[in-house]
Design a protein around this ligand. Structure first.
Ligand SMILES: OC[C@@H]1[C@H](O)[C@H](O)[C@@H](O)CN1C(=S)Nc1ccc(F)cc1
Length: 374
């Protein structure tokens, strides 16, 4: 979408994967979807260097609303969990330099059953503008997938007409892919800044693997639609939660960098272990993800269940990731030629990391740095 936003993949934080739809603040005071969760996250994003590293959007996902709209039809934030209201929360976020993300659904209800925008489109956009919202994730539950090709562009035009630049995240293609439809990615890229292509990520290696496999298997249909202002979105980063080992976390960060994917953390920054924080703040990987050419990388070859992903960068170099999907526990040396990797034969400094998996999904790696002129 050519609205001047997301010239590189958006970076930030989202509530959903880690905090889901926790609404009982008595039982879970530190984890319920609330202004307190957002404010403490904003504080930590600044204090712990996430903001400085480029993570700028802080997004509330589903479950922030009252179950009923107000008498004037307006959306009402949950009165107990957002007692100060969204203007105050936006001010808190903006005063620390970050940007405010929120969630709605183009349907009668959000996926979790809160009031959706259907029938209130203009009023809700006016409300988001009043709240100084910078980023809207528009979900697609409870809506006819064949109608999405029309309503998502219409909603985008109405947002654009408001005069406030709002990053537009569309779940539109994901719902069409689930229904075995062929989304019109040219139209999606024209109308959205980022879009979810496939299923929700969960806190597990299996879920991450399934999404990486889908993006590799479908790259010919989707990769070339990515570029400055419009990005394929394989879903949130789960690094720092419970389901991934350190090496598996490195895999997600490396593949999201090659995919030019939005980097949207969904984890509790207060309990983030240093070894995971180090991966999320890795400057070199972030630089690959934010490369100005904005060309999405591809899975170029898989051999002996080791996949090689490669992305062309603005300076003509390539970022290459080696990902083992093996679970046989022993080191498994596999030779890849430059030709295998569809890399031009020029001088290379290659970091050859032979990843292998030990038992229980741990992934270790040995790295040998070689330099040769081929
Ligand atoms: O409710 C919101 C939640 C998150 O926003 C995800 O990122 C979205 O992809 C949608 N979503 C959920 S759980 N969607 C959903 C997931 C499984 C299901 F059977 C029905 C709906």
């Amino acid at each position: 979408l050519d609205n001047g936003l997301a010239l590189t993949p958006p970076m930030g934080w989202l509530t959903w994967e880690r905090f889901r739809c926790i609404t009982d603040c008595k039982k879970y005071p530190n984890e319920c979807i609330s202004e307190n969760l957002i404010k403490r996250t904003v504080d930590l994003m600044v204090l712990e260097g996430y903001y400085e590293a480029g993570y700028e959007y802080v997004g509330i996902d589903d479950c922030w609303l009252e179950k009923q709209r107000g008498p004037d039809g307006r959306m009402v934030p949950d009165k107990e969990r957002f007692p100060s209201g969204m203007n105050a929360l936006a001010d808190y976020i903006h005063s620390r330099g970050l940007k405010f993300g929120i969630y709605q659904d183009y349907g009668n209800y959000t996926c979790a059953g809160y009031p959706g925008v259907l029938g209130y489109e203009q009023l809700d956009i006016d409300t988001f503008v009043e709240w100084d919202v910078d980023y809207l994730k528009l979900d697609g539950c409870y809506f006819e997938t064949t109608e999405m090709d029309k309503v998502y562009p219409d909603f985008g035009h109405m947002m654009n007409a408001s005069g406030r630049p709002i990053l537009y995240s569309c779940s539109w293609p994901a719902y069409q892919e689930y229904n075995d439809m062929q989304p019109d990615y040219a139209s999606i890229a024209k109308h959205c800044n980022l879009w979810r292509n496939w299923g929700d990520i969960d806190d597990s290696w299996g879920s991450l693997e399934a999404i990486m496999n889908w993006f590799g298997d479908n790259q010919d249909r989707i990769a070339h639609h990515a570029g400055p202002g419009n990005w394929n979105d394989p879903d949130m980063l789960i690094i720092g939660n419970f389901g991934l080992t350190v090496d598996q976390s490195k895999v997600q960060m490396a593949v999201w960098a090659v995919l030019a994917a939005p980097l949207l953390i969904s984890a509790d920054l207060a309990t983030m272990k240093p070894e995971f924080k180090q991966i999320l703040l890795n400057r070199n990987i972030i630089a690959v993800n934010q490369d100005s050419l904005g060309k999405q990388g591809l899975r170029v070859i898989t051999k002996n269940r080791i996949a090689v992903w490669s992305r062309e960068l603005a300076d003509g170099s390539h970022a290459v990731a080696f990902v083992s999907h093996r679970a046989d526990g022993a080191p498994y040396a596999t030779r890849f030629t430059l030709d295998d990797m569809k890399l031009p034969s020029v001088q290379y400094e290659v970091v050859v990391s032979s990843f292998y998996k030990q038992r229980h999904g741990a992934v270790s790696s040995r790295t040998a740095r070689t330099r040769w002129r081929s």
